[in-house]
Design a protein around this ligand. Structure first.
Ligand code: NAD
Length: 333
């Protein structure tokens, strides 16, 4: 069994701890939070030691794997601290607030000989997995049009640090990055991004259009402060078919195939069910399997750093009102 520990006992730390407890291949041995009540509550719930200092926990407990679930501006220093103690790291997304820091974290872990995994959980949602398969099957040689929307109440209502872009990165770096990582995996290298962001005290809305080399356009929307329940939706359309879906994740995807030429029928609807599996469990289990086998994960640390770079480019475009070119190498020009 792999000995795991969690740093940060807030929303995501509780999820990581809960999944480790129920996973046969993992043993949660300790948790840590600078807020005593948060550390104590999760430590007691999980029946493990709790700490107020990450360093003390790493020194005493010597976990093999550490989940980092602290506010985003603290990800990189804590990733580095865990790596210094020889622990493999599973860090919540986004890996860092800037691509420079993200790339430094990837190099740091490689230099210390520890694996770094980043929780881009959308890759593990059943509907998005099915969508990825659909996009692959369609080929999309001539390019397609992708729309995705992700919206919910402002997280700053619950945790104040989300309101400060210097701490959370704002809605593009924090929320849209889910879809940015997803379109990188689905469509490859983008050529350019053009974005718009509107921030007020109570809302942060962004829309970004990524243009890919084969002509595919991906239009992403992310919205904090949406006055309704949290939801996501996506649609991919190309000449051959439309695939659409979204929340709730257990629902069928809708696939409408264009009629073959000469056919008497129009579009054919083929809904297909997906089994609802917990994506956080699947993600952590996948990372632990990769650790045990040495296999590359579905989403690598380099992918996570690149997602930060694309998000950064979208922020830059939103701030300047100009499109930003993305080259394949990883430099914002
Ligand atoms: N994958 C997802 O679906 C998802 C969803 C929400 C948040 N997140 C990400 O997870 C991370 C955490 O978000 P959250 O909503 O759990 O935040 P949160 O504010 O609920 O929890 C963070 C916890 O970290 C603790 N903390 C702060 N500094 C610390 C330190 N030095 N050592 C130990 N603990 C410390 C805080 O006291 C707090 O309890 C963020 O990066 C966020 O973007 C991911």
């Amino acid at each position: 069994m792999i000995k795991t520990a969690v740093i940060g006992c807030g929303g995501m730390g509780n999820i990581h701890a809960d999944r480790y407890i129920s996973m046969p291949e993992a043993q949660l041995i300790a948790v840590c939070d600078i807020k005593e009540e948060a550390a104590e509550a999760l430590g007691r719930l999980a029946g493990v030691n709790y700490y107020l200092s990450a360093q003390e926990m790493l020194e005493r407990e010597k976990p093999e794997v550490v989940s980092i679930a602290v506010p985003t501006y603290l990800h990189v220093p804590l990733v580095q601290l865990a790596a210094d103690y020889g622990a493999h790291v599973i860090c919540e997304k986004p890996l860092a607030l800037t691509s420079r820091e993200a790339e430094a974290a990837v190099r740091y872990c490689a230099g210390r000989g520890v694996r770094l995994f980043v929780g881009h959980v959308v890759r593990f949602f059943p509907s998005y997995r099915q969508l990825a398969e659909g996009i692959k099957q369609l080929g999309g040689a001539g390019g397609g049009i992708y729309h995705a929307k992700r919206a919910g109440s402002h997280p700053g209502q619950v945790q104040e640090w989300f309101r400060d872009p210097a701490l959370s990165g704002g809605v593009i770096i924090d929320l849209m990055i889910h879809d940015i990582d997803y379109i990188r995996a689905a469509f490859g290298d983008a050529v350019e991004v053009y974005a718009f962001e509107h921030q007020t005290e109570t809302m942060d809305y962004a829309s970004a259009t990524f243009r890919f080399g084969n002509g595919t356009l991906a239009q992403l929307e992310a919205f904090w402060g949406y006055p309704g329940s949290f939801h996501t939706s996506f649609e991919y359309a190309c000449a051959e078919a439309i695939i659409s879906g979204g929340t709730p994740d257990g629902e069928s995807l809708h696939i409408r195939r264009g009629a073959a030429s000469g056919s008497a029928t129009g579009f054919v609807e083929t809904p297909s069910s997906v089994l609802l599996k917990d994506p956080y469990y699947e993600e952590l289990e996948h990372f632990l399997h990769c650790l045990a086998s040495g296999a590359e994960p579905m989403v690598t640390a380099a992918d996570a750093a690149e997602a930060v770079r694309w998000a950064e480019a979208a922020v830059q475009s939103g701030a300047t009102g100009l499109p930003v070119q993305l080259n394949a190498k990883g430099v914002i020009r």
